[in-house]
Design a protein around this ligand. Structure first.
Ligand code: ADQ
Length: 498
């Protein structure tokens, strides 16, 4: 029986609350299919134990490793979040590079590979997630693991002229060719990656056969797998959460005013300072809205040790304060700006209670909040999504009002349009988007990826339940059948663990 083994930098441990799209996706796959999830514990140690610490919850084994304190800062704050993150989001102005950070990145990837190798069985299927672990397959192959290894990039992939800013860009491209399957969020990302195969200085010797490449005697497949959400579960969470005290108190506090919502990790790629500026422009250009709308921005802090994140936090506190000082009344605060996490269910309720969502990243791999907003709406009286075309989600959510995140006037106009949009148009737009969100939901995402990686169809419901043991992928779909497995059955992780 094959097992699915997912690897990511951080994992979403049971009963911990965290905001982050990767964790939502991996957790959904593992909870449905079962398997192992290896990642950093969040702790450091001078001499990490050779074996990961394993916690078993329902059908998921959570295996965590400590990182060396000496390497963590250079690996995580350095190469991951000051080098690769800005570069992959085309933010070359924020790009920092230190060779020692790159060395730490390699050392941590080698450590991940060693600890993973200790856990693996020969017929396991390994699925590596995101930019923190690009070299992992190379190290794992050196340790003689011969099974299928897939990689999914949750963030955008930049075009060659941007990637070349990185001195070790050719190694990054070569390492992404060490997998059996490398997946991207959108066609644009895939094409950007393909453009990098033609690197003039260190051309990667490859033979192309459709979406397959032959590199160094290995075959690597490339594909596009837009990540989605658990559409049905979001809808039921949102409906139920409307009765929760937090959501009811929010609604009561609005005194009938319309609610505009934004939900983003506090990150410069999410376009938050630009968004606050656009809201200020909106209140100035359309003054009738003063006193009549409230903008709720939920922005949990992330990567606080990276300088750029401290800077954006300060900038947002200033602009929120200025806005409230300038427009606020004794009984009305235009912007409610909060940095805390909520349980996923409560968050879905807050999305449902909102008439408009502002999702205006300056660059985003996909953006799950946009899809969650759509799935959380009441289809009879849906809210309006204002979406940046620079988010991967814009490819599918064509019923959104698309606005350039830097265009204050455009966002102000879109807000005015959204707040006054007739019900018929809201329904039409929502229907298109809900169709897309349901078609490409989270189960579709991991099934398609795992099917392409293993050559087998991962059913994840009746047949999967019938064919898998505690933590296994189904061997074959043929000849298996059984009752439909309940959505979310076997969930071991409590509310708030995302
Ligand atoms: P993120 O940049 O983290 O994800 P996103 O896709 O929007 O962005 O996912 C955020 C997730 O965290 C959502 O599920 C949201 O509900 C949740 N969340 C946000 N704020 C929260 C809060 N205060 N409390 C609780 N939960 C909160 C990265 C990439 C994206 C890509 C995803 C998935 O940057 O482009 O869409 O991975 O691949």
């Amino acid at each position: 029986m094959k097992r699915l083994v997912c690897v990511s930098n951080r994992i979403s441990l049971p009963r911990r609350s965290a905001a982050g799209g990767l964790a939502v996706g991996v957790l959904a796959a593992l909870q449905r299919i079962g398997g192992v999830w290896l990642g950093w514990s969040g702790e450091t140690s001078d001499e990490p134990r050779a074996e990961p610490e394993v916690t078993v919850r329902d059908n998921v084994r959570y295996a965590t490793i400590d990182l060396r304190s000496a390497e963590l800062d250079r690996y995580y704050n350095g190469f991951c979040n000051s080098t690769l993150w800005p570069l992959f989001h085309y933010a070359t102005g924020r790009f920092r590079y230190e060779y020692e950070d790159y060395e730490a990145y390699q050392a941590v990837n080698a450590q991940f590979a060693r600890q993973l190798a200790g856990l693996l069985r020969p017929d396991d299927v390994v699925w590596v997630h995101d930019y923190q672990l690009i070299p992992l397959a190379r190290y794992l192959r050196r340790l003689s693991f011969d099974g299928p290894i897939g990689f999914f990039l949750h963030i955008p992939f930049p075009p060659l002229q941007v990637l070349r800013v990185l001195p070790s860009h050719a190694e990054i491209v070569r390492d992404l060719c060490q997998y059996d399957l490398t997946g991207f969020q959108t066609e644009d990302d895939l094409h950007a990656f393909e453009s990098c195969l033609e690197l003039p200085a260190h051309a990667i010797a490859h033979v192309r056969n459709g979406s397959q490449l032959e590199v160094d005697g290995r075959t690597v497949r490339l594909g596009v797998y837009p990540i989605g959400v658990e559409a049905d579960e979001v809808a039921s969470e949102a409906t139920e959460a409307m009765g929760e005290e937090t959501v009811q108190r929010l609604i009561a506090s609005l005194l009938g005013r319309k609610l505009i919502i934004g939900v983003d990790r506090l990150d410069y790629t999410k376009g938050l300072t630009e968004r606050f500026g656009a809201f200020e422009h909106f209140l100035t250009t359309f003054p009738d809205n003063q006193g009549k709308v409230t903008f709720l921005q939920i922005a949990p802090l992330s990567r606080s040790d990276v300088l750029a994140y401290g800077e954006i936090r300060l900038a947002l506190e200033q602009v929120a304060g200025r806005l409230n000082g300038r427009f606020g009344e004794a009984d009305w605060t235009p912007v409610r700006y909060i940095n805390r996490n909520f349980s996923h269910a409560t968050l879905m309720g807050l999305l449902r209670a909102s008439q408009v969502a502002l999702v205006t990243p300056v660059r985003d791999g996909m953006n799950l909040v946009a899809k969650e907003f759509v799935a959380a709406q009441d289809p009879e009286d849906p809210g309006v999504l204002i979406l940046s075309p620079l988010a991967g989600a814009a490819r599918e959510l064509t019923g959104a009002l698309l606005v350039n995140p830097y265009d204050k006037r455009g966002i102000a106009l879109a807000l005015q349009t959204a707040l006054h949009m007739p019900l018929g148009e809201r329904r039409r737009r929502h229907e298109q988007m809900l169709g897309a969100v349901r078609r490409h939901d989270i189960h579709h995402w991991y099934r398609e990826f795992l099917r392409d990686l293993t050559g087998e169809r991962i059913l994840g419901d009746s047949a999967a339940a019938a064919t898998k043991s505690v933590d296994g992928l189904p061997q074959r779909e043929s000849g298996r059948s059984g009752g439909r497995r309940e959505v979310g059955a076997g969930r071991g992780v409590q509310d708030g663990s995302r």
